[in-house]
Design a protein around this ligand. Structure first.
Ligand code: PLP
Length: 440
């Protein structure tokens, strides 16, 4: 005999045995992949048919990388763009172009990615953490407090698809004659008041890894304001030397010679990047539209707030950050929402507490907290040239505002294919949980 169905009230939370709002997982993130189509196939096929996967040599060069660099620079609004094979490589190359080394300090936000600090450490310089504010990006006041005569670069990381206080940070860098490097890895296609992110700094870097607004699986770019920075970045991304017009290494030109990373982009990747670039505004518009709709629907929940956005119309729209009054509420909500079915398909990371957001948070990076050497005896924190910077600390508690915000915020990915139904289900789940467990 079948057991009788339990008598469930619609308002009973799924975590307490009630009916969940939905049973189908939400679509995966990876925005750019949903837009793969004929253009990607045609351009990549052209490279393969021409049997020329390298940008410099081959049977029948297609010049995809060159064309991509030209079009990307135009898109961002800068004079130069250099295609590389990852955002991590772009950061390494960018820092090298700026000539960072022992004795230098580089200001980075507490919410970033391990590669942002790694690029500094690998060159023997000291990363100095600055706090974030409700924009989840650098707090200009804390940046100014951290500036001293050793500060060479401020890295403004445009996190989770949008920028923060770009104008005051630009102003600070000007005032103190410090380089500005924009890390736009998570926000390609976004802008601030009509100016593309990546066009504010001396150098800006991008990632085209799978989770980013446009994707080639792995890939990146370095944009530069001056020919000199571009030439240095070029040598750093290649084998340490410039190349001549025929693509041959120019070993006689030692002006920008260095030790290169071998981080060149290949032609099939550039072909994919070219096709994706053409679709980037549409990809961002699709995410933004869904995010704005959802945010509006959630805006009547008392006690729930959102990340502060300087220019909501310019954001990429890839993430919604919901901020709770305290960590206990955030922890309860994430469990309750997940029980209501607000979870991504397998392989996705969405609707998580930001405390679970891995190497994006300074005190989650063990090699930073423990000041581990790069290799052998090469350890910037033990280098006498960095003596003045050695008291710098990276343990939890170093950035109180960052710690507080991260502890009470949930992160939801906004794939560009979220349906109206998906958006409504997310909103219904938030409202259901808020009704059962008010925030105020
Ligand atoms: C802020 C930030 N910077 C840099 C990177 C590095 O990019 P990649 O994964 O292409 O090496 C990432 C990647 O997640 C990132 O989020």
């Amino acid at each position: 005999m079948k057991s009788p169905k339990p008598n469930r009230r619609p308002s009973q939370l799924a975590m307490d045995g009630g009916m969940p709002i939905r049973r189908t997982p939400l679509p995966l993130e990876f925005p750019g992949t949903y837009f793969y189509g004929k253009q990607e196939l045609d351009l990549v096929s052209r490279v393969i048919r021409a049997r020329s996967p390298n940008r410099y040599y081959g049977l029948d060069l297609q010049y995809m990388t060159e064309q991509f660099e030209r079009e990307f620079a135009k898109f961002v609004g800068v004079p130069h763009a250099l295609a590389v094979n990852s955002g991590t490589a772009a950061l390494a190359v960018g820092m090298m172009a700026l000539g960072i080394g022992p004795g230098d300090e580089v200001i980075v936000p507490g919410y970033m990615w391990v590669s942002t600090v790694g690029a500094v450490v690998r060159l023997g310089a000291i990363p100095v953490l600055a706090d974030i504010d409700e924009t989840f990006c650098l707090d200009p006041k804390d940046v100014e407090r951290k500036i001293n005569k050793r500060t060479r670069v401020v890295v403004l990381v445009h996190m989770s698809g949008a920028t923060g206080n770009v104008a005051p940070i630009v102003e600070l860098c000007r005032k103190y004659k410090i380089h500005l490097l924009e890390d736009v890895a998570q926000a390609a296609g976004a802008s601030a008041h009509g100016k593309r992110l990546g066009s504010f700094g001396d150098i800006s870097i991008f990632s085209f890894q799978l989770n980013k607004p446009m994707t080639t699986g792995e890939g990146g770019a370095v944009c530069t304001r001056t020919k000199q920075l571009h030439d240095r970045a070029f040598a750093a991304h290649c084998v340490g030397y410039p190349r001549n017009a025929a693509g041959r290494l120019d070993l006689k030109n030692l002006e920008f010679a260095t030790w290169g990373y071998g981080a060149r982009m290949n032609e099939p990747t550039a072909a994919l990047a070219l096709a994706q670039l053409g679709k980037l505004p549409k990809i961002c518009a699709s995410m933004r539209e869904r995010k704005h709709k959802l945010k509006k629907m959630l805006s009547d929940i008392p006690g729930l707030s959102f990340r502060r956005l300087d220019d909501p119309e310019g954001e990429a729209g890839s993430f919604l950050l919901t901020i709770f009054p305290d960590a206990a509420h955030a922890n309860f909500f994430v469990k309750a929402l997940r029980a209501e079915g607000i979870v991504p398909q397998r392989g996705g990371i969405s609707n998580i507490r930001m405390t679970d957001w891995g190497l994006h948070i300074y005190h989650h990076i063990p090699s930073l907290v423990n000041k581990l050497p790069v290799s052998g005896g090469n350890n910037p924190w033990k280098d006498p040239r960095n003596r003045a910077s050695q008291r710098v600390c990276y343990s939890k508690g170093t950035l109180p505002r960052c710690d507080d915000l991260i502890s009470r915020t949930l992160l939801l990915c906004i794939p560009p294919v979220l349906t109206n139904r998906d958006v409504k289900d997310i909103s219904d789940a938030y409202h259901k949980v808020a009704e059962a467990h008010p925030l105020l």
